[in-house]
Design a binder for this molecule. Structure first.
Ligand SMILES: Nc1ncnc2c1ncn2[C@@H]1O[C@H](COP(=O)(O)OP(=O)(O)O)[C@@H](O)[C@H]1O
Ligand SMILES: [Mg+2]
Length: 339
């Protein structure tokens, strides 16, 4: 995660639940409440945590982030609490922990569900007493730190099965923000896409005007296991790979999304009853739509489209004429980011 300051202005959403979350986060930002943010990977937990920090009166002090899943237990403890010289083999110097580094600022404990029960007990003590101690030392160090933690949605299950302390759970969820996955708030996709187009236009000196309707529909159908992080990446690639300098077309959407999507539609076909899938179309209408999709896929490169459709170029021209598809490129609904 970059160290660029994130503010609430950069958190884009349209979904009602998401708007409520952002509103709550704004309301409690300037207080010392301990916040638990749950949600899937890439849903925006750290982004919200940073926005809270930078909207608080601690904004000029540090936002320190620790990923509890990244370190083995003993190392995590020395990382968080610091250690004295000689606390363990190799501890030649004493070292400040993240709690001290974050003093007067905010400490973000990511993936807190991965913390061992012993470390959890130590953390609980720090939260209750507002003092920390180096590993191998016994000097209490007073700290003034705002704590924000993040976890996936299994944390409450971990409390039930005993791998996460119940008392700590209640202590860290003074305010609980549960961020929905992107697939539960697909109305956020178009606004996020526009935001990312703007960001990457700037970064890569491009002038992409928007995304085609078909490409957007495609993104709306995807399940987004990697949530906003995945969408961000897809748009970044689409802007970067875009040589046309005009629009994001279906062909700019990376192949792995296409593959995931076709796997999904196969699944749907086996799971869904045939009559639910059936669209009542005339053969002409179905043909027209299919030709349009292929034309869009090839960005109206007719020879390529004819090749894919396995018809001759004059046949394609006749069909374009018949279905009046000539001007479709300009007629097509185009979603433009607002500059
Ligand atoms: N609501 C949002 N608006 C704009 N960008 C977002 C939003 N939520 C997430 N992002 C972006 O998505 C990426 C992943 O977000 P992050 O906060 O790191 O997710 P998490 O901590 O849940 O894994 C980041 O690049 C972030 O900027
Ligand atoms: Mg994260």
């Amino acid at each position: 995660m970059s160290r660029k300051k994130i503010t609430f202005n950069q958190i884009i959403c349209k979904n009602y639940r998401m708007e409520q979350i952002v509103r709550t986060a704004q309301r409690i930002a300037n207080s010392d409440t301990i916040v638990l943010i749950t949600g899937e990977n890439g849903a925006g937990k750290e982004t919200i945590a940073q926005a809270i920090h930078y909207a608080s009166d601690r904004a000029n002090n540090r936002f320190v982030s620790v990923n509890c899943a990244a370190l083995p237990d003993a190392l995590l403890e020395t990382e968080i609490f610091g250690h004295e010289k000689g606390a363990f083999t190799g501890a030649v110097y004493s070292r400040k922990g993240k709690f001290e580094q974050a003093n007067t600022g905010t400490l973000f404990l990511d993936e807190i569900g991965e913390m061992s029960l012993t470390t959890q007990a130590k953390l609980l003590r720090v939260l209750e007493e507002r003092v920390t101690e180096h590993i191998g030392g016994n000097e209490p160090i007073p700290i003034d730190v705002r704590i924000i933690t993040a976890a996936n949605q299994n944390l409450h299950r971990q409390v039930k099965d005993g791998s996460f302390r119940q008392d700590l759970y209640y202590r860290i969820k003074e305010v609980h923000l549960d961020i929905p996955s992107l697939r539960e708030r697909k109305e956020d996709i178009p606004v996020l896409v526009n935001q990312f187009i703007k960001i990457y236009n700037k970064q890569y000196h491009k002038a992409i005007m928007g995304i085609s309707d078909a490409a957007l529909q495609f993104l709306m159908r995807h399940d987004w296991p990697g949530n906003v992080r995945e969408l961000n990446h897809v748009i970044k690639c689409a802007v970067l790979m875009n040589e046309s300098q005009d629009m994001i077309w279906l062909e700019h959407i990376p192949l792995d999304i296409h593959l995931a999507d076709s796997a999904k539609s196969k699944e749907e076909k086996t799971e869904t009853r045939a009559d639910e899938l059936l669209e009542i179309l005339t053969l002409d209408e179905a043909e027209k739509r299919h030709i349009l999709r292929i034309l869009e896929f090839t960005r109206f490169n007719k020879s390529q489209a004819a090749n894919i459709l396995k018809i001759s170029r004059p046949t394609l021209d006749r069909k374009i004429e018949k279905f009046q598809l000539h001007n479709i490129k300009v007629q097509e609904k185009i979603i433009k980011p607002g500059y």
